[in-house]
Design a protein around this ligand. Structure first.
Ligand SMILES: *Cc1c(COP(=O)(O)O)cnc(C)c1O
Length: 360
């Protein structure tokens, strides 16, 4: 068997021990004679799976008691609608920071439901930085402020979380949840699709402060109302059972490996290897301003489309897979989520050195 170093932005690489355990339990989950895929979501076994997944996530992220954790479907993209439907409850105004394609999609969707003010944007420089946010920018009576903590496509990350005072802060954390420590009390709501740093596609995690519940617009479909799901412990209808099971295994793997603080240290070390090389390379260069660099998604270019294509092809032949950049940045992008071993980044940097001396 050979495992590639898979730098895909999402769906992305999963921890090998998690896949092995899932393989062992695939056809007979702990003596039940059935797969988790085949099991009633109301069974004692599945209840244990979802409850321990929630408990482990709470302990990993230090989620306070007055926040609910939900396992939903529809991806982060569904949250682009659920957030305004549920939270545009008083002034029907919200502030959004535009830091890339996903922010733009969130803004476009929210505009269907209320007055949306884009308070800052980095579109002028193809989203290669995070704009400065001072508290004076925000609308005093906004129902919430929305940010995208890590911009998967452009490789930027908020260096600090803005202070929005009493206005709840909502964060799309799809591509950096669990990669570094965040103080949950700074947020009213956090959401993340699973397929970057949590598990397989199909489950979306929402962490919501309780006082934000129960205010959804009249027109909100039952399935899109957070309260529907908090009241039913994410079991209003059949949840994405298998994705939740794998996410739960990933949480256990994270706990076993030292939790988020240890992950953050490793992620800074891993991304540091690549950034140090990029900063000193005569051929490759990063595309993001230094203060805004992501430790999860690292885009880089040679400046020549031809060389970029050659690099991607030769890297793939050496088992360094899915390095092609997103079309809106071009070049390459290495996504190095929690599950990417340090050896993978080392192998990438080694290959970049060799490629540079041959083609530089
Ligand atoms: C991938 C991604 C999304 C879209 O997620 P889906 O689960 O495919 O809807 C949204 N926001 C960010 C930051 C992402 O990385």
């Amino acid at each position: 068997m050979s495992r590639a170093y898979n730098f895909s932005a999402g769906p992305a690489t999963l921890p090998f021990p998690v896949l092995e355990r899932a393989q062992n339990e695939l056809t007979d989950y702990q003596g039940t004679g059935m797969s988790v895929m085949e099991m009633s979501h109301r069974s004692a076994e599945f209840m244990e799976i979802i409850q321990s997944a929630e408990a482990d996530l709470r302990s990993l992220m230090r989620i306070p008691e007055d926040y609910k954790v939900l396992f939903l479907q529809g991806g982060a993209s569904m949250q682009f609608a659920m957030v305004p439907l549920n939270l545009l409850s008083k002034s029907h105004r919200a502030d959004y920071v535009n830091t890339g394609s996903w922010s733009k999609k969130a803004i476009a969707e929210a505009k269907r439901y209320g007055a949306i003010n884009v308070v800052a944007s980095s579109e002028d420089k193809n989203f290669s930085y995070i704009p400065q946010l001072n508290p004076g920018l925000f609308t005093a009576n906004a129902d919430y402020v929305h940010i995208t903590t890590n911009n998967t496509i452009y490789g930027t990350c908020f260096p600090e979380i803005p202070d929005t005072g009493n206005v709840p802060l909502v964060a799309d954390m799809s591509s950096n949840i669990l990669s570094q420590h965040y103080d949950i009390t700074k947020f009213g709501l956090i959401y993340a699709g699973a397929q970057k740093n949590i598990g397989p596609a199909g489950v979306t995690i929402v962490i919501i402060r309780e006082d934000l519940l129960g205010k959804a617009m009249e027109v909100t479909p039952t399935m899109l109302n957070y309260q529907t799901h908090t009241e039913a412990d994410s079991m209003f209808n059949t949840p994405p059972c298998y994705s939740i099971y794998i996410a739960g295994l990933v949480f256990k793997w994270l706990i076993k490996n030292g939790g988020i603080d240890a992950m953050e240290r490793r992620n800074r070390e891993k991304s540091g290897l690549l950034y140090d090389f990029l900063d000193n390379s005569s051929l490759f260069k990063g595309t993001v301003s230094k203060e805004s660099r992501s430790i999860m998604n690292i885009p880089f270019v040679t400046g020549s489309d031809e060389l970029d294509a050659k690099f991607i092809k030769e890297a793939s032949a050496r088992n360094l897979k899915t390095l092609k950049g997103h079309r809106s940045v071009g070049g390459m992008r290495a996504s190095i989520y929690n599950a990417m071993p340090k050896e993978g980044v080392e192998a990438l940097v080694e290959f970049m050195k060799a490629f540079e001396s041959e083609n530089g």
